[in-house]
Design a protein around this ligand. Structure first.
Ligand SMILES: CSC[C@H]1O[C@H](OP(=O)(O)O)[C@H](O)[C@@H]1O
Length: 351
């Protein structure tokens, strides 16, 4: 068994509930939580107990099932009203990662096609579709990793931002899947891991995943990345994404945009690893991507102790948008997508 097959799974359907690895406790404790209702799933997504665009989509799909599974089976009209309400409720958990919306739309479209069936059958279809979305994502992320290996030099110093590993997806990850697979192929890697303030997905989660996989890495502050790039100590940057517009403008964790500009300025390739489920093909460009603004206390406190004066004013956007001109290529399950992104993405989405 290759060591990529032993990579952790952050979310799992178990008989009648969802089991998640609660990422807010990592890396110090591996705490698993059983989620049995849609309200708990909404809270888990909101608090980043489960996080990362693909994982959020999978979690929302299971959450949707949890939200409808107890609905009465003899009240047809109110069932369909509740279906919309549950989907709308889950959509409010986090606005930027398009996978949340994509998964819910896919579930609603699927059951619309079975409107003539009994409610109990429709509930079963929802659960089966959620499991399919989950299984597809594992295969998709493995493929992203396999496709990305061709871009990784035999010896490479790779910089990455936030967490894009198995924890952020069904398994393997996106940008980290490329790193896992290149390592598996025998490439000599060293990964620069941005800590990724304020929630430290890099230091807490990416470090944990890479050390578990025994991949050489060094943890750095976000503000160190620029001088490493300037000094020629970074051979490539690979990040994930939360929403990609049809022209290639990319929303990702805050701090991605400056990395892209610095990589471009220093002729370092900047890659975005992303499943097609994160591409919002209806969106013309990145201007209208909703950017989640989170509680300022995430900046003003650390481990429940204040690191800023009481009542300090804050601004805490969780994502930024990188214009497509700074992206060298996208690494997807369908292969490497180079400019013109508009044309090439549309070709991928043609029926
Ligand atoms: C593979 S998607 C990972 C993506 O999601 C992260 O955001 P968050 O930790 O807030 O869910 C970050 O933007 C990653 O690139």
């Amino acid at each position: 068994m290759s060591n990529t097959d032993t990579i952790v799974e952050s979310i799992e359907w178990r008989d009648d509930h969802v089991r998640i690895l609660d990422q807010t406790y990592l890396p110090n404790r591996e705490v698993y939580s059983d989620i049995r209702d849609v309200g708990r799933m909404w809270e888990a997504i909101k608090k980043l107990r489960v996080r990362g665009a693909p994982a959020i989509g999978i979690a929302a799909a299971y959450g949707f099932y949890l939200g409808i599974k107890e609905l009465p089976e003899n009240a047809f009209e109110s069932f369909w009203v509740e279906v919309e309400r549950v989907a709308d409720y889950l959509e409010t958990a986090r606005p930027t990662a398009v996978n949340l919306h994509w998964a819910l739309e896919r579930l609603k479209t699927t059951i619309q096609a079975h409107k003539d069936k009994d409610i109990s059958e429709i509930k079963d279809i929802v659960l089966e579709t959620a499991k399919t979305i989950h299984a597809e994502d594992k295969r998709t992320c493995k493929k992203i990793g396999e496709n990305g290996v061709e871009l990784v030099p035999k010896e490479a110093r790779i910089l990455t931002h936030c967490n894009t590993g198995s924890l952020a997806t069904g398994q393997y990850g996106t940008a980290l899947s490329v790193i896992f697979h290149a390592h598996e192929e025998g490439n000599k890697l060293q990964v620069w891991v941005d800590e990724t303030r304020p929630l430290l997905q890099g230091s807490r989660l990416t470090s944990w995943e890479l050390m578990n996989a025994e991949i050489p890495m060094k943890l750095i502050t976000d503000s160190t990345a620029g001088s490493l790039i300037r000094r020629g100590e970074v051979d490539m940057v690979i990040v994930g994404a939360d929403r990609v517009a049809s022209n290639g403008d990319t929303a990702n964790k805050i701090g991605t945009y400056p990395l892209a500009v610095l990589a471009n300025e220093n002729d370092v390739p900047f890659y975005v690893a992303v499943p097609l489920s994160t591409i919002d093909i209806e969106l013309e460009n990145g201007e209208d991507i909703p950017i989640e603004e989170r509680d300022g206390d995430e900046i003003a406190s650390f481990n429940d102790s204040k690191v800023a004066p009481k009542k300090v004013e804050t601004y805490n956007p969780a994502f930024d948008v990188t214009p497509h001109r700074y992206v060298t290529a996208f690494i997807t399950e369908e292969g490497i997508i180079k400019p013109d992104f508009d044309e090439n993405f549309k070709a991928l989405f043609e029926d």
